[in-house]
Design a protein around this ligand. Structure first.
Ligand code: GDP
Length: 433
């Protein structure tokens, strides 16, 4: 799915605009200084075309100031998105912050659009013409209040985005599988990358037909080449300065979006933290295959091992389906298990269950445990189909509402029957009257 990055200062109306793109279904919280959101990308649909909106909002400037912060957003957007939308408050006009962002964006080889927000009445449209001065083309006047202009803007966005087939990754099949190596600072990401790419050469030129973004690394593991996305920072061992957490989280999110499988690193010598859980949740919500890697196993003693057992139960229940491996980037312990675990997860992620098999399983399950009666009626489950792979996505057609508990039951049984180790699955219900 093509990605549109939205860049701009806080309070220019980015969130309102993004909400317009998304419709009512998924509201984005407003930019509140100090509030870090862990979800920054959203699915949008316009004229039957799907795209992803990466909202770089919620940004809190550090000591280096807003100008640098927004320029950094623009850099990130250029690296990760297919098109970029710079949002400017028409009542304020282009400040030096927008100028700084525009200076970056003019170098972009991706299309850049400018939205002028808060154009709530006709008389203000003329004033937006000043934004031509940013050197990024025609500004699109929009009003968050009445939604005026957002249709034209969306049309322009779709024109700017590349056409992509419905199934995102189909087009790139045959290329190396894309891996996001993520985890909070100091869990050992660079150490692991250096270890595994130290053992094997960089094979950039040998892979036919692959153009490698300089921010990615091709790494050969267990005889297979994987593309580790956005590893530039890791290779250079650039440390994220404090106060840059939001930026780090944005990058993590972008890497996950760009990946097919995420390797989430945790520090086994320390308690599982909320930040660890947030990264895992991002992977689950993005619908990517997942392998959980506990690093620094060389530091784990008996006491820690026992504590960890409890934490696993308590904190990782949500991603129970993911394989966990215990490694040490320092000693090389068990790093050979990474590639097989990724293969298993990816193959679950790619799995398609034939409709016949799915429905014969379903009728057995339902015969044994029918859905609970609601309002005196027994909802009938009519039919199931797998609507998509990557991740496996199932749709159940029913004659009535299915309780959440029963859906979870079906999901559990689905996994028991078909496995899907290492992959999230989705189950949705359509009620047919
Ligand atoms: P990153 O921020 O996730 O990239 O983490 P680094 O790779 O920079 O590692 C952070 C610190 O943990 C460094 O001091 C590493 O030497 C250390 N480290 C990484 N992996 C291991 C490991 O397996 N065992 C031990 N004992 N230390 C490790």
């Amino acid at each position: 799915v093509p990605v549109l990055a939205v860049v701009g200062r806080p309070n220019v109306g980015k969130s309102t605009l993004v909400n317009r793109f998304l419709g009512r279904r998924e509201a984005v919280v407003q930019d509140v200084p100090g509030v870090t959101r862990d979800r920054v990308s959203y699915d949008a649909l316009w004229n039957g075309r799907r795209f992803t909106v990466m909202d770089t909002g919620g940004w809190e400037p550090d000591a280096s100031g807003l100008q640098k912060a927004v320029a950094a957003q623009a850099e990130l957007a250029m690296r990760t998105a297919d098109a970029i939308l710079l949002v400017v408050d028409s009542r304020v006009g282009a400040t030096e912050v927008e100028q700084a962002a525009a200076d970056v964006l003019r170098r972009s080889d991706r299309p850049v659009l400018v939205a002028a927000t808060k154009v709530d009445d006709e008389r203000m449209v003329a004033e937006t013409a000043a934004l031509w001065g940013l050197g990024l083309g025609e500004p699109y006047p929009v009003s968050g209040l009445h939604g005026r202009g957002s249709g034209d803007l969306l049309d322009a966005i779709l024109d700017a985005l590349p056409e992509t087939p419905r199934e995102t990754f189909e087009a790139t099949r045959g290329g190396p599988r894309r891996v996001a190596l993520v985890g909070r600072p100091n869990v050992g990401k660079s150490s692991l990358l250096n270890r595994v790419s130290g053992e094997v050469r960089s094979v950039v030129h040998d892979v036919a037909g692959t153009t490698v973004d300089p921010v990615d690394s091709l790494v050969e593991l267990d005889g297979e080449i994987f593309r580790f996305v956005d590893t530039a920072g890791l290779r250079k061992r650039v440390k994220t300065a404090s106060g840059m957490e939001y930026y780090a989280s944005l990058r993590t999110q972008a890497a996950i979006e760009a990946s097919e499988v995420a390797l989430v690193l945790l520090d086994a010598s320390e308690p599982i933290s909320e930040q660890d859980q947030r990264v895992l949740t991002m992977v689950e919500e993005a619908g990517r295959a997942l392998v959980i890697v506990f690093n620094k196993w060389d530091l784990v003693d008996e006491e820690r091992r026992l504590a960890m057992k409890r934490e696993l139960e308590r904190d990782l229940g949500r991603v129970r389906w993911a394989e966990r491996i215990n490694i040490s980037a320092l000693t090389g312990r068990a790093t050979a298990k990474i590639a097989p675990a990724m293969r298993t997860a990816l193959s679950s992620w790619d799995t398609r269950i034939p409709t016949g098999r799915l429905n014969s399983w379903l009728s057995d399950v339902i015969a044994a445990t029918p859905p609970p009666v609601r309002g005196g009626k027994q909802p009938k489950v009519l039919f199931a189909t797998q609507a998509a792979t990557r991740p496996p996505t199932f749709v159940l057609f029913t004659s009535g509402f299915l309780e959440a508990g029963y859906r979870r039951f079906l999901e559990r049984r689905l996994r028991e029957e078909f496995g899907f180790e290492g992959s999230p699955i989705r189950l949705s219900v359509r009620v047919r009257e």
